[in-house]
Design a protein around this ligand. Structure first.
Ligand code: PHE
Length: 330
């Protein structure tokens, strides 16, 4: 049994050590076998042998414990060498990234409305006809549906063409007062230097009970918003039409390139169209079961604002992932 001292000392790993432990200390191990021999000995011999056995038992047990600790330590060192990361290692290929210009523009917009206690609401990208059109006062066969070239699925679902369905979803689940913005992706069948089939919008909706909300409130919020985004620009409201707002307006800013003198970007008008807005149409309130309320809504494209802020000539280049473009936004 003394040969186990050497066996323990030369064990190569924890598995081997565990096997030895069972061989020695297990129920059917060598120690148990030796102790059972005691019975057949005379009393004097018994005493002597038992003493020897107990010393050996303690010695083996201590040895096992020491060996276990040292093997554990060795295993830890090996795994640290294998899995560890050398944080001092210099990797020349690793460069800092930056927010994509569309995300950065979106963040700047959200920042303004956050400051005015607007909450963020999100809706699904795959919408149904009710939320994207019907409840927004765009019944079937309404000619204004053609303004938005829609991607349809087979089962009458569609990719939302604007963020306005989030107005409906919010009003259906909440009561006024409502004060939300809704940023997100939208989809239209369109592709040229100022259009991509997927782009982003931010929607805004404010609703209060009674007639507390006025066009003047809308005008104030949007004028300040456009100053936040573009700095010192002139803002003008132009009468327009959207089925879900009445009255409706489109908002222009004075051209940030020629300062309103007229150039190629503004088609020599001195103005750049930037968003759509208006007072929520009574038919929209009816569709969501609201009574005796007033509100305004607005929506604008994020890519268009990013293009203007960074003077990006071709909108499609924002989605090509070309590092020569992206590197300029670090
Ligand atoms: N949904 C409109 C669009 O996509 C924008 C808009 C939103 C206009 C809210 C008025 C009110 O063009």
């Amino acid at each position: 049994m003394r040969d186990y001292i050497q066996k323990i000392k030369s064990a190569m790993d924890l598995n081997e050590l565990e096997k030895l432990r069972v061989e020695i200390f297990g129920k059917k191990g060598v120690l148990a076998a030796s102790f059972s021999k005691l019975k057949s000995l005379s009393n004097d011999e018994k005493k002597e042998f038992a003493k020897e056995l107990n010393v050996l038992k303690t010695q083996l047990s201590n040895l096992l414990q020491e060996k276990k600790e040292s093997l554990n330590k060795k295993a830890m060192e090996i795994s640290m060498q294998k899995d560890g990361v050398d944080v001092t290692l210099f990797d020349a290929a690793c460069e800092n990234g930056a927010l994509h210009p569309v995300q950065a523009t979106m963040d700047k917009m959200i920042e303004y409305f956050f400051g005015l206690n607007f909450e963020i609401q999100e809706g699904p990208l795959v919408e149904d006809d009710f939320h994207n059109f019907e409840a927004l006062n765009l019944p079937e066969f309404h000619p204004a549906r053609d303004m938005q070239d829609t991607f349809y699925f087979k089962d009458s679902k569609l990719l939302r063409t604007h963020t306005s369905p989030v107005q409906i979803r919010t009003m259906l689940k909440e009561k006024p007062p409502i004060r939300i913005i809704s940023p997100g992706a939208v989809f239209r069948r369109d592709l040229d230097i100022t259009h991509t089939p997927q782009f982003h919008q931010i929607e805004g909706l404010v609703v209060e009970e009674g007639n507390k909300v006025s066009f003047a409130n809308l005008k104030f919020i949007l004028e300040n918003f456009l100053t936040h985004m573009f700095g010192d620009v002139k803002v003008r409201f132009r009468p327009s039409f959207f089925p879900f707002t009445e009255p409706s307006a489109e908002v222009d800013i004075s051209c940030i390139f020629c300062k309103g003198k007229g150039c190629r970007v503004c088609s020599h008008t001195g103005w750049i169209e930037i968003l759509g807005c208006g007072m929520v149409d009574p038919n929209v309130f009816k569709a969501v079961g609201y009574e005796d309320v007033s509100g305004y809504a607005f929506g604008l494209g994020v890519e268009r604002v990013a293009m203007l802020l960074h003077q990006i000539p071709d909108l499609r280049s924002l989605y090509e992932g070309d590092l020569r473009l992206l590197e300029q936004f670090k």
